[in-house]
Design a protein around this ligand. Structure first.
Ligand code: ADP
Ligand code: MG
Length: 575
């Protein structure tokens, strides 16, 4: 084929694809425009996860009637006038691409009135083509309505995920902007349900309460904003007390000059600052503002502006780490002493730790390496599917059961073993639809984050076969009315939040059934640190012997470590 210049509509679609990937991208660009316009009140509404409709209304400066068409031209912006200014950006937008890109892949209506003009303008576009404009009466401000996103790019449409997933992404975005701009009144509605409303009183702590609930917000520690010189690098915000640890890094947030950015190196700096204070594989919460002179940060490295580059990277990381470390030390002057025994409850209880677990074989090899300092020859250790009959001898550190069997000594992790037993029992009961369910005397209110609430609403039916009855109770609150009988008296809120967070993390590979079973078995299993009578120990071991896959817990950790007769003899120098 000869070389040709692409027709403008093809070029426009290609360019739009860089900026607008999914409903989240539309919401982000429109929200940023509203903030740049100096609005103090912003209403977002999405329908069907944003596929059907995304509407953002603000009370900002508006667009002058004479400039409305221009706003939709590519590279048209009021925020930048020279290349030098690119290194001094103080607004969220500057590329002049968003409106053009969104319009190219949707049916868009914009209504706007500049503050100093008498009448407003209404303009309609379809696939980037202007269909018409008219004078229009309205309050100062701008409303952009995006319908049928990707109607003309079917390939993009196919890549969209479920309504709840897409809406969840938007909810998280809006939540994060609410944290970055506590002085703005922000409202988010999904399918006419109110998902988020902030007061806009300027207090970051109040936004934390709205998003995470009072219990969590109370455990957040303030890093105050340094007084004085605004021209230098400074870090402030809130960080979670170590006990607020999470299964993933989603609640570590950075706002660089009030722009929400994702930065794995900064995230690492935060988790490092918490080192030794959190259980393995768990992550802290942090909402951190980083302010620095605009010329020291390059925001123009990605079309979606989700990443930035720092001129003095090390300094920024050091400032973040120092701010966190100083704050944590002031709160916890004496580092927790942690002996190998009497572990805190979590040590036997890390449902989503993503560290590498050892298989029984690997565990045995590790023990050997520790003792002898060298790798044993990789002789495959025979591992029967089922456990042999074991004679229980007693409990160690209130966490492990020691037993004797035909092949030598067995050490059983009581929590992991019980998890395996509960998992197989629940699965069998569920298959026979015999899960016992119990009504709570007092329904339990469940306060969720905007994103979690969207997910739960969409999947509420999936929890029913496991004995849950949960009903929406307005906004992001739900009422738990019935729970699986085994869960009565347990921390039901934590269990449900674990299921939801796993769903958020797991993406397409995620199976609700599996996660519900894992979480329920984990929460109903005996804990490490719990004293068991000899009778209880025997009962547990009997049930483990009957399990189909007795060697690992549902998370994949070993339940049993086996030291063979030969190993013992070798260790004692008898061989
Ligand atoms: P950018 O934000 O990078 O300048 P956009 O395509 O998002 O590019 O917007 C183009 C221009 O339209 C902006 O520079 C601004 O002048 C105007 N504009 C867009 N949205 C709004 C809004 N909500 N309020 C006022 N002006 C707006
Ligand atoms: Mg913009």
């Amino acid at each position: 084929m000869p070389i040709r210049i692409l027709p403008p509509e093809v070029a426009a679609k290609i360019a739009a694809g860089e900026v607008i990937e999914r409903p989240l991208s539309v919401a982000k660009e429109l929200l940023e425009n509203a903030i740049d316009a100096g609005a103090d009140e912003i209403h977002l509404e999405i329908v069907q996860g944003g596929r059907r409709l995304i509407r953002v209304a603000d009370n900002g400066c508006g667009i002058p009637a004479a400039e409305v068409e221009l706003a939709f031209a590519r590279h048209a912006t009021s925020k930048l006038s020279s290349a030098e200014e690119l290194y001094q950006v103080r607004t969220l937008g500057f590329r002049g691409e968003a409106l053009a890109s969104i319009a190219a892949v949707s049916r868009l209506t914009l209504s706007t009135r500049a503050r100093d003009e008498e009448v407003g303008t209404l303009i309609r576009l379809e696939g980037g083509t202007i269909l018409g404009r008219e004078a229009h009466g309205r309050m100062p401000g701008t409303t952009v309505q995006v319908e049928n996103l990707f109607y003309n790019t079917p390939a993009r449409l196919k890549f969209l995920r479920s309504e709840a997933t897409e809406a969840g992404h938007v909810a998280r975005l809006v939540s994060n902007y609410a944290l970055a701009y506590p002085e703005l009144r922000i409202v988010l509605q999904h399918n006419e349900r109110l998902i988020l409303r902030t007061q806009g009183n300027g207090a970051l702590l109040d936004v934390l309460v709205t998003l995470y609930g009072l219990d969590v917000a109370e455990k957040m520690i303030a890093i105050p904003r340094p007084e004085g010189d605004k021209a230098t690098l400074c870090v402030w915000g809130y960080i979670g007390a170590p006990e607020l640890h999470r299964a993933d890094r989603h609640d570590i947030l950075f706002f660089v000059n009030r722009r929400w950015v994702q930065d794995s190196a900064l995230t690492y700096a935060v988790t490092e600052a918490y080192r030794t204070l959190l259980p393995q594989g768990r992550y802290p919460m942090a909402v951190l503002n980083i302010a620095l002179p605009p010329e020291d940060v390059d925001v123009n490295i990605h079309p979606t502006k989700r990443e930035v580059r720092f001129r003095h990277e090390r300094e920024v990381f050091t400032a973040v780490q120092r701010a966190i470390r100083t704050t944590l030390l002031a709160q916890h002057p004496v580092p927790m002493a942690r002996g190998p025994f009497a572990p805190p409850a979590w040590q036997g209880h890390q449902p989503f730790a993503r560290g590498r677990y050892l298989t029984p074989t690997q565990a045995q090899m590790a023990l050997e390496v520790q003792r002898t300092g060298e790798m044993p020859a990789p002789t495959p250790i025979e591992r029967p599917e089922r456990l042999p009959m074991l004679r229980v001898l007693g409990q160690i550190a209130q966490s492990y059961i020691i037993a004797e069997g035909p092949g030598g000594m067995y050490l059983i992790d009581q929590h992991a073993a019980h998890e395996r037993i509960r998992y197989e029992e629940l699965k069998a009961q569920q298959g026979r639809s015999e899960v016992a369910s119990q009504e709570l005397l007092k329904p339990l209110p469940l306060e969720l984050s905007p994103q979690q609430s969207i997910l739960l609403e969409a999947h509420i039916g999936m929890l029913e076969p496991y004995g849950f009855e949960i009903i929406p109770f307005g906004g992001t609150t739900f009422l738990v009315k019935r729970v699986p009988a085994n869960l009565v008296g347990e921390d039901i809120t934590t269990a449900l939040i674990e299921i939801l967070n796993a769903a958020l993390e797991g993406g397409q590979a995620f199976s609700w059934e599996e996660q519900i079973l894992i979480t329920l078995s984990c929460h109903t299993a005996v804990r490490a640190g719990q004293t068991l009578t000899l009778e209880e120990q025997r009962d547990l071991v009997r049930r483990l012997e009957r399990a189909t896959l007795p060697h690992t817990c549902p998370h994949g950790r070993p339940t049993v470590i086996h030291l063979s007769q030969e190993r013992l003899e070798k260790e004692f120098g008898r061989r």
